[in-house]
Ligand binder design. Structure first.
Ligand SMILES: [Zn+2]
Ligand SMILES: [Zn+2]
Length: 336
């Protein structure tokens, strides 16, 4: 099968013909249709995340069709499998957990000590086929086609987990207004939150786009909002935004760091944290986050702008992403 392979961080991916993996017990062989490109892919390529599997096939927002069910399945398991051959399958970042550690046993499989991650510690979807553990895959809402649903599998799911951590916040800030923020803003507005969007100082175009979507206020990250916020989600991987967001909060407010990687956070006076303000982060997702998100997304309905690339153009998509030159979420279209 054709695959774009990362041999070492800080290098371009290489187009290679590699053997198709065989699905084992509980696994599916999936023919990949589309795979969206995530900022995390860039962090892996750029060497900002430790210990990726190498060589590695990136990609963890994968949509495909079940081609084969692991042949070690018993007849009983095949009959009761979540997926049949030919079914559409959505494959997210969380690829496997042990089901047995203290985190898994307390409903926090996103923190599993032994978790494996698609396109990071196991091979992902920048390829014609991928092998996955069926238990961690999702059925996807029919209203979305393979291209538009792909970005929901990470930007949507992990963004949704960040959003849920803001509780019942009425005034919600978002620092950074990229793909994940844009998706989650639609859910926040659907749930009648007041949205305050912070962009790079001077980025009037993005501020305008946020207002058009329904934000009550949009401005630079160096500005204070007109009212104190109940919560803020930081989508940009910029550490100095954490104390900035903290200063914009009301008492008891929460700052949620939504990314997997962030530059260092500068020190700040304790007074900015006092009065029960909270800083927290979000790591990975649980299957429950996915099920809730795919239930609400088509009701909103969450809409997604995409820009498509072929598998062979994966490096171009990554380079444009790094340079901030994508106008929408990049999606690799692999099979017709
Ligand atoms: Zn575990
Ligand atoms: Zn991602």
């Amino acid at each position: 099968m054709r695959a774009m392979v990362l041999d070492k961080p800080k290098q371009h991916l290489q187009l290679r013909d590699v053997p198709k993996a065989k699905p084992g017990r509980g696994q599916l062989l999936v023919r990949v249709s589309t795979c969206a490109v995530c900022r995390t892919d860039l962090h892996v390529v750029d060497g900002e995340l430790p210990n990726p599997k190498l060589p590695l096939i990136l990609g963890h927002q994968i949509v495909g069709r079940a081609e084969e069910i692991g042949e070690e399945h018993s007849t009983f398991e095949i009959r009761n499998s979540k997926f049949a051959v030919g079914d559409r399958v959505g494959i997210p970042w969380l690829g496997w957990t042990d089901g047995d550690c203290a985190y898994c046993r307390s409903g926090r499989e996103n923190l599993c000590d032994n978790a494996r991650f698609t396109g990071y510690t196991i091979d992902g979807g920048y390829a014609e086929f991928t092998v996955v553990d069926a238990r961690f895959c999702f059925h996807l809402p029919d209203r979305y086609d393979d291209i538009e649903v792909a970005p929901l599998l990470c930007a949507g799911l992990i963004g949704y987990r960040s959003y849920r951590k803001t509780g019942k916040a009425r005034r919600l800030g978002m620092y950074g207004f990229g793909n994940a923020a844009h998706l989650i803003a639609q859910i926040a507005l659907y749930e009648a939150r007041e949205l305050f969007v912070f962009t790079r100082p001077g980025d009037k175009a993005t501020q305008q786009a946020a207002k058009e979507l329904g934000a009550v206020w949009a401005g630079g990250s160096d500005e204070m909002p007109p009212e104190k916020l109940d919560a803020a989600i930081i989508f940009a991987s910029v550490g100095p935004l954490v104390p900035a967001a903290l200063r914009a909060l009301t008492k008891g407010g929460v700052v949620v760091c939504g990314g997997i990687h962030m530059t260092d956070i500068p020190s700040f006076p304790y007074a900015d944290l006092w009065e029960e303000r909270v800083i927290t982060s979000v790591a990975n997702l649980t299957r429950r986050d996915g099920e809730e998100f795919f239930e609400i997304a088509p009701r909103v309905p969450v809409r997604i702008q995409t820009e498509t690339f072929s598998l062979e153009q994966a490096n171009t998509a990554l380079d444009l992403f790094r340079a901030g030159k994508l106008s929408a979420t990049a999606v690799l279209t692999i099979a017709e």
